[in-house]
Write a protein that binds this ligand. Structure first.
Ligand SMILES: [Zn+2]
Length: 222
């Protein structure tokens, strides 16, 4: 993986030339290789001083991740990412709103990120809340974003809140969010069609620390 080797050769933040050289699927490989380093306890150490100095001068991240706020899913750590590597938007249930879409549009169109990852996870409290139709304060509106995944999953599997059913709902919610990004953001849909970005999903297991990549087009190695 030559791009990963180039990345590992950096002793500071990603620079403009490196970001520009990446295709969306090379960015995906970079994300996968970062996750492999995390799983294998092979954290890539770079000079903090160099990272700060480089990133302060300009940011050229390779990816944008939309994750859940859950304390057990530290996004940068899971992908062995450093300062300047990735945008991370986090909201309970990893769903989209206009503000999240605007954030992802900025990350890709104006800051050059090549890949969007929607990252759900096992034992997601937001998905469990949506499943049981929790109504309370601002949580009610938040969980409405997850309702389409809950409805689809319950129609197929029933309303029993088993671990398997909730995990199926987590996966359905990631898939729904990926589709929402394409349907609601003209900018990101065009960038994906033109091959300037890729959009994929991931399911993080809070027990094993492992990410299963989903919603990846056929023919792309995961
Ligand atoms: Zn969650």
């Amino acid at each position: 993986m030559p791009k990963t080797e180039d990345y590992l050769a950096l002793d500071g933040a990603i620079n403009e030339a490196f970001q520009a050289s990446l295709t969306p699927w090379e960015a995906f490989r970079l994300l996968q290789s970062g996750h492999e380093r995390f799983l294998n306890h092979l954290t890539h150490r770079r000079s903090r001083g160099n990272l700060l100095a480089d990133a302060a001068a300009g940011q050229y991240p390779y990816a944008a991740v939309l994750g859940c706020i859950d304390s057990r899913v530290p996004v940068e750590e899971v992908f062995d990412a450093a300062f300047g590597d990735m945008f991370v938007a986090r909201v309970a249930g990893n769903t989209v709103s206009n503000d999240i879409l605007g954030s992802l549009e900025y990350a890709c169109k104006y800051a050059g990120a090549k890949l969007i990852l929607v990252l759900g996870h096992t034992k997601c409290g937001a998905v469990q809340g949506a499943w049981s139709k929790l109504v309370d304060g601002h949580i009610t509106g938040l969980l409405e974003h997850i309702a389409p995944a809950v409805e689809a999953t319950q129609a197929e599997r029933g309303t029993d809140p088993t671990e398997e059913n909730l995990h199926a709902c987590v996966a359905a919610n990631v898939h729904h969010t990926v589709e929402e990004i394409r349907m609601r953001s003209v900018i990101l849909a065009e960038m994906e069609t033109d091959g300037r970005i890729a959009i994929v999903g991931g399911l993080y297991d809070v027990s094993s620390g492992q990410v299963e990549f989903v919603d990846v087009p056929q023919g792309v190695e995961v």
